[in-house]
Write a protein that binds this ligand. Structure first.
Ligand code: PGA
Length: 260
């Protein structure tokens, strides 16, 4: 089964809703000019909560070939959870994806594997596709190598998840995020393969075969091709470079660089 490559732009805490509209317009025009074909690669943007409605309206009105995602979700259904945003609210906004367990949330908000797992369940309950982020710190890398921590995080988050669940896994080494120093394509492949084996152990072979595994951490148009050539890397989660429409569109056109 061929997995459709996925290029995801995580804007993090950048751009107000007016800036978001301007960026999405520029991105859509740049992709159109470049002859973007949604059949070959799926492209999604993950704006902050305050921008979601504006971006959703724009995508729907102009039929832009972009999927929408959020950067976080509450593990709770509804009610007395000040500041939280529920999966039901995101689904109502036509969000298809939600990033869960990003290392910045694990660090800033002390999110642990149990909370990440609860968020995965909440997202799936409402038909959202979790983009589950896993990755090791520089210290973990030194102590345990590249795969052990991400595989452990994946297994913990998938406890109780059914075999037919649709999800995306993003391998993001913490030391590579925003540092300008990406992992090598070979390391991304090694960890991607380990994550796929872990998916097979937890959810079964079918799920392992169809689930897309992304690499994230200092991805640019100049290095995307190396990652996408790897059999167990099916796309990228892009932070900083997703704020530049020309650069992000060039990443989405990785096939031109891969030469496949
Ligand atoms: P970066 O961020 O591309 O700026 O390194 C990636 C991410 O945190 O998702």
């Amino acid at each position: 089964m061929a997995r459709r490559p996925f290029i995801a732009g995580n804007w993090k805490m950048n751009l107000d809703h007016l800036q978001a509209i301007a960026l999405v317009q520029k991105l859509a025009w740049t992709m159109k000019d470049a002859g973007y074909d949604p059949k070959g690669v799926e492209v999604a943007v993950f704006p902050p909560f305050t921008d979601l409605r504006s971006v959703q309206t724009l995508i729907a009105a102009d039929r832009f070939p972009l999927a929408l995602g959020a950067q976080d979700v509450s593990p709770h259904e509804a009610g007395a959870h000040t500041g939280d945003v529920s999966a039901a609210m995101l689904a109502k906004l036509d969000a298809r994806y939600v990033i869960i367990g990003h290392s910045e949330r694990r660090a800033d908000h002390r999110e642990d594997d149990a909370l990440v797992g609860a968020k995965v369940h909440a997202a799936l309950q409402h038909g959202l596709v979790p983009v589950l982020c896993v990755g090791e710190t520089a210290e973990d890398l030194e102590r345990h190598g590249a795969s052990a921590v991400p595989v452990g995080q994946l297994k913990a988050a998938l406890e109780g998840v059914s075999a037919d669940a649709e999800l995306v896994v993003a391998y993001e080494p913490v030391w590579a995020i925003g540092s300008g120093t990406p992992a090598t394509a070979e390391t991304a492949q090694e960890v991607g393969a380990a994550l796929r084996r872990a998916l097979a152990e937890t959810l079964g072979e079918d799920a392992a075969e169809r689930t897309r595994i992304l690499y994230g951490g200092s991805v640019k148009s100049g290095n995307i091709a190396g990652f996408l050539r790897m059999p167990d890397v099916d796309g990228a989660l892009v932070g900083g470079a997703s704020l530049d429409p020309a650069e992000f569109a060039a990443i989405a056109r990785f096939e031109k660089h891969v030469g496949v």
